[in-house]
Ligand binder design. Structure first.
Ligand code: SAH
Length: 368
C-alpha cells in the first residue's frame, strides 16, 4: 500500500506545545496529548497503533496526520571489555555514533550532539571528519532509546554523558530540548539531571544556560598555558582563551552546588610534565572541582602518543599532592574505536564521508 508519509508529521519532531496544539485541533482533552507523549518517551513505541489507551478512532485520526519515525541503529559492535558501539542511521544518509560503557552494574551512555564537529582539536578523531550538521533533538534522544533497547530486563542506564561526537554547546537549542525530553518526569524519560553530564571544549557563552538545565558540566581543559591550548585546540582557544575559560569556570562553580569536572587528556611530551601538573594546580586553585585524567587514546594517523604508565602515575600523584581531587579514566572500548576522541571513523565510513584532514596527512606521507 502506498502511504503519503512525506505529508505526515513525525511526532518526534514536535515539541510538547506542538503535540498539544495538534491534539486540540482534533478536539482532544489536554491529557490525551500527555498520553501520546508517554507512549513516545516512556514506552518508546515506534508506531501510533501501539498507543492502546487511545480509542481506535483517535488513533486513526492521529495516523491520518502524523507518524513516528525513529532513528534505526546499526548492528552494535562489542569490545572485549563489553563497551558497545553502534551507529544511528540518519534520514539523510549520515550516521552518528553512540557508545555504551558497562562498569559493574553501571551503564553509561556516551551521546553525540553533532555529526562531526566545527572545532579543530588536533588530538581528536571526530575533528578530522569536519562538520556535517547539528543533530535534531529526536536524533539525540533516540541514541538513548537505542542504547536502552540493548539492555537486559533488569538493567538500566545509570548516566548519560555528552562526550560523543560534536560540541554540545554549539548545538544548544537541540541539546536543551533533548535534555527536557530526557529528564521530564511526567511524560519524558525521567532521567535525573544529576545523572547527565555535558562536556564542552569551552564554549563559555552557554555556561549559564546549561546551568539552568540542572545538568553537570565537564570542561575539556587539556592544557595549562594559553600557548599550549592554542596548539591543541586552536579554534576554541581563539574565541575564549585559557584565562577566559578559567574565569568562566570559576564563576560557574561559585553559582553551582555541584562540583565541576575538568577533563585533561594526557599526551606524551606535550602536556604531561611535572611543570604542567604544577600549573594545573595553580589554575584550578579555589575552584570546587574534580579532575579526570584521560590518557591519550591513540589512533592511526595521529601525531600524538599516550604517555607511559609511569608518567601518568607521576602526573596524577603530583596533582593529588597539590590538593586536587584527581581520577584516572580507564580507556574503554578502544578495540572498537569507542574510546574518547576515537569516535568518527565508523560514522564517516558508513556515510561515505572522507575524513579530509586525515587523508591529507596520509597522502602527504605517501609522497616520494
Ligand atoms: N566537544 C566536547 C565533547 C566531545 S570530546 C568536548 O570537547 O568536551 C569528549 C572528551 O574526549 C574531551 O574531554 C576530549 O578532550 C577527549 N578526547 C578527544 N580526543 C581524545 C583522544 N584521542 N584521547 C583521549 N581523549 C580524547
Amino acid at each position: 500500500m502506498m502511504t503519503n508519509s512525506g505529508a505526515l508529521k513525525n511526532l518526534l519532531d514536535l515539541s510538547v506545545g506542538e503535540i498539544e496544539a495538534l491534539g486540540s485541533k482534533m478536539g482532544w482533552p489536554r491529557y490525551r496529548a500527555g498520553q501520546v507523549l508517554k507512549w513516545i518517551y516512556q514506552n518508546g513505541v515506534s508506531s501510533i497503533s501501539e498507543m492502546t489507551n487511545l480509542s481506535k478512532v483517535d488513533r486513526d485520526r492521529l495516523q491520518a496526520v502524523a507518524t513516528i519515525c525513529r532513528v534505526p541503529p546499526s548492528v552494535p559492535e562489542v569490545a572485549d571489555d563489553g563497551t558497545t558501539k553502534f551507529l544511528g542511521l540518519l534520514d539523510d544518509g549520515l550516521a552518528v555514533e553512540t557508545v555504551m560503557i558497562p562498569e559493574g552494574h553501571r551503564r553509561t551512555v556516551c551521546v553525540s550532539s553533532q555529526v562531526g564537529c566545527t572545532l579543530d582539536c588536533g588530538f581528536c578523531l571526530t575533528a578530522q571528519i569536519g562538520f556535517r550538521r547539528n543533530l535534531a533533538p529526536r536524533e539525540i534522544v533516540d541514541q538513548v532509546w537505542n542504547a536502552r533497547r540493548l539492555l537486559g530486563k533488569d538493567e538500566s542506564i545509570s548516566s548519560l554523558v555528552f562526550m560523543g561526537m560534536g560540541e554540545p554547546l554549539l548545538n544548544f537549542e537541540s541539546l536543551a530540548e533533548a535534555i527536557r525530553r530526557l529528564t521530564n518526569v511526567d511524560w519524558g524519560m525521567g532521567f535525573s539531571p544529576r545523572r547527565i553530564t555535558v562536556s564542552t571544549a569551552g564554549w563559555v557563552p552557554r555556561f549559564q544556560d546549561l546551568q539552568q538545565l540542572g545538568v553537570n558540566l565537564a570542561i575539556s581543559l587539556n592544557a595549562t598555558t594559553t600557548h599550549q591550548r592554542h596548539l591543541l585546540m586552536p579554534a576554541i582557544n581563539k574565541r575564549f582563551d585559557l584565562m577566559q575559560l578559567i574565569e568562566a569556570s570559576r564563576a560557574y562553580a561559585k553559582r553551582s552546588d555541584r562540583r565541576l569536572t575538568f577533563e585533561y587528556v594526557l599526551i606524551a611530551r606535550v602536556n604531561d610534565s611535572l611543570d604542567d601538573a604544577k600549573r594545573l594546580i595553580k589554575l584550578l586553585n579555589g575552584i570546587r572541582c574534580k579532575v579526570n585524567l584521560i590518557p591519550f587514546n591513540e589512533y592511526s594517523g595521529s601525531p600524538y602518543q599516550r604517555p607511559s604508565q609511569d608518567t601518568i602515575d607521576l602526573f596524577q600523584q603530583a596533582v593529588r599532592k597539590g590538593g586536587l581531587d584527581v581520577y584516572l579514566r580507564r580507556s574503554r572500548g578502544d578495540d572498537v574505536l569507542g574510546a574518547c576522541g576515537q569516535l568518527g571513523r565508523m560514522a564517516a565510513e558508513a556515510a561515505h564521508i572522507v575524513p579530509t584532514r586525515l587523508l591529507r596527512k596520509v597522502s602527504a606521507h605517501a609522497q616520494p
